[in-house]
Design a protein around this ligand. Sequence first.
Ligand code: S3P
Length: 173
Amino acid sequence: MEEKQNVYLVGPMAAGKSTIGKILAKRINLPFYDTDAEIIQCTGVDIALIFELEGEDGFRQRESEKLKQLSELKGAVIATGGGIVLDENNRKVLKSSGRVIYLKCSVGQQLSRTRYDTKRPLLQIENPKAKLEELMEARAPIYEELADIVVSTDKSNSKFVINSILEELDAGS
Ligand code: S3P
């Protein structure tokens, strides 16, 4: 794998970006970061409160700033929030500073993994299924276009997912 490049994990909510990212980082001996976790650490409040106080726009601004900072690391595994790819400049930052891995996941899986979730403001609504479907329709083509590597996390365990990513990273280096 080429040195001094970051590895970014993109994909929808609950695709496993943080879980897979942490294990992957250990395997390739790089530090791990998560844009949401970094925002929470910096602000001292959770994402839901940021949405409440500053709206989604305020959150997106913080997300872009955090991405820009992390992109300067040159050699980290970075999990991103599901909506980070919406901003064109974010997409440029991702593409120009690392390899982008799209963790693909069905709406059915997302629903079952987020059933008891209270931390994702976009899903605290009456019909999260419709919301997830709407987001997937809008975002899946963007994830696909941006990705250097696409791996499904639907049916595979994390070991299989990590091994697939490692193989592809090696093949592309
Ligand atoms: C969002 C995904 C969340 C978080 C925020 C918005 C989205 O991150 O950034 O709630 O727009 O899809 P995860 O993808 O880690 O759940």
